[in-house]
Design a protein around this ligand. Structure first.
Ligand code: DGY
Length: 420
């Protein structure tokens, strides 16, 4: 059974492989996505180490001069997706979006390096990628943490990757819906509209895109000009973990300056994470940087915080919080006890394997092996039941969203490797 699952996962990674990059899934997402690619590389390294490095190298080949790594690279035109390159209007040699995504690259690089069979090739590839990933981290703290608090803000829900999370409902209400150019969605042609974000959310996504475009995508101006600035614990935990991993990697290949710099970011970020802790919810919460208030939404972003080295007692509380969800499959992206929970709508309830993978990894490191093992077992059971979907109903296990999903397949290879 395990062998069949492994073969099926590899097939999906190959079907979605476009040579130098992998699409998340045919139709719904026909380009290269930032964090998808970095996590995909972890799956690829189980059967083609060289190809895994290429996935990340291709992404960083489109890094902006300021250091930002965009969330989408539009390698080839495809009318099946909206908003395409003309809407973004970022004026890049190869068109890209103008916002970023969770910084998993540092973590992925370290994992690829530690596992590499071909150490000489891995060292050469790491040496070339290290300064690029470090420039991205530097860009984050310079442009998204202007007051130097140690935590960065996202300026668009798509940056967190959790597009329609309940986390954004309140701060997003501040973003206008009027004045945007007429548009036609394409995502609802590929997936059930009742499992996707609403029209009102799309209006706001686009308002922000047009607003940033009016600033000529000057990333040094976007933070202060944005009506949406949210400090997300999940997003910050990924960045902090990547800074810590990049620091270790830099030290391993003898780059002490980059190691020191990234160690500083990680230490400052970890200390600042404490300001997002909620004892009442037993997890971290987002902070709306415009109001300065924590957002009362106990979503999976605050559980994903366990991906960085949070104190062990916090990890234990988070493990208990996951148990408290009481869902058949862990980890729901929003707790069913909250009235805003929706078992089938994208990030408002469904389970996502990538998030499960990072939570399980963090909890295992923090000594919460039992919960980590349950998350891993639930994840594989979902695949047995429903195939390699984009996301899953946490109550019934129903497969939802796009099918033959690349990062789901990559995570299956990771979970299987840990199991064996
Ligand atoms: C989408 O188009 O649904 C994406 O999540 C934006 O990156």
């Amino acid at each position: 059974m395990t062998d069949a699952l492994r073969t099926a996962a590899i097939d999906i990674l190959k079907i979605n492989d476009r040579g130098q990059y992998t699409v998340p899934t045919k139709g719904l997402y026909p380009f290269q996505w930032n964090w998808d690619s970095c996590l995909t590389a972890l799956g690829q390294c189980h059967f083609d180490e060289a190809r895994a490095w290429t996935e990340i190298e291709t992404l960083f080949g489109h890094q902006w001069p300021c250091g930002m790594v965009p969330h989408i690279i539009f390698h080839q035109m495809d009318d099946g997706y909206f908003p395409g390159p003309l809407v973004w209007g970022t004026n890049r040699p190869v068109p890209t979006s103008g916002i970023t995504q969770p910084a998993v690259a540092g973590f992925a690089l370290k994992r690829l390096f530690d596992r590499a069979q071909d150490q000489a090739a891995a060292t050469a590839r790491v040496r070339a990628l290290l300064p690029k990933v470090a420039a991205w981290h530097r860009w984050f703290y310079a442009t998204r943490d202007p007051q130097g608090e140690g935590l960065v803000a996202i300026l668009h829900p798509w940056e967190a990757g959790r597009d329609n999370s309940v986390d954004w409902d309140d701060p997003f209400a501040r973003v206008p819906t009027e004045g945007i150019a007429p548009y036609t969605r394409r995502d609802t042609l590929h997936a059930d509209p009742s499992h996707r974000p609403t029209k009102e959310q799309y209006d706001r996504y686009l308002w922000l895109v047009e607003h940033f475009r009016s600033l000529d995508w000057d990333t040094s101006k976007m933070h202060d000009a944005s009506p949406f600035q949210v400090v997300d614990p999940g997003f910050n935990a990924i960045l902090i973990r990547s800074c810590a991993d990049l620091a270790d990697l830099a030290a391993q290949v003898g780059d002490d300056a980059l190691a020191d710099e990234n160690r500083r970011y990680a230490a400052r970020g970890l200390a600042a994470m404490e300001s997002l802790w909620s004892d009442g919810h037993g997890q971290y919460l987002c902070r709306d940087r415009i109001t300065g208030q924590l957002i009362d939404s106990p979503s999976v972003g605050g559980i994903l915080a366990a991906f960085c080295a949070i104190p062990p007692e916090r990890a234990a509380r988070i493990a208990a919080t996951i148990d408290g969800h009481g869902t058949r499959y862990t980890v729901a992206s929003h707790p069913p006890q909250d009235a805003r929970f929706d078992a089938k709508r994208y990030w408002r309830g469904p389970v996502w394997l990538v998030v499960n993978y990072m939570i399980a990894d963090g909890l295992a490191r923090a000594g919460q092996g039992r919960t980590a093992a349950r998350i891993s077992a639930d994840s594989l059971e979902l695949i047995h039941k429903g195939g390699f979907a984009e996301y899953y109903d946490p109550m019934t296990g129903e497969a939802l969203g796009g099918g033959q999903f690349t990062w789901t397949a990559a995570m299956v290879l990771e979970f299987l490797a840990h199991d064996s």
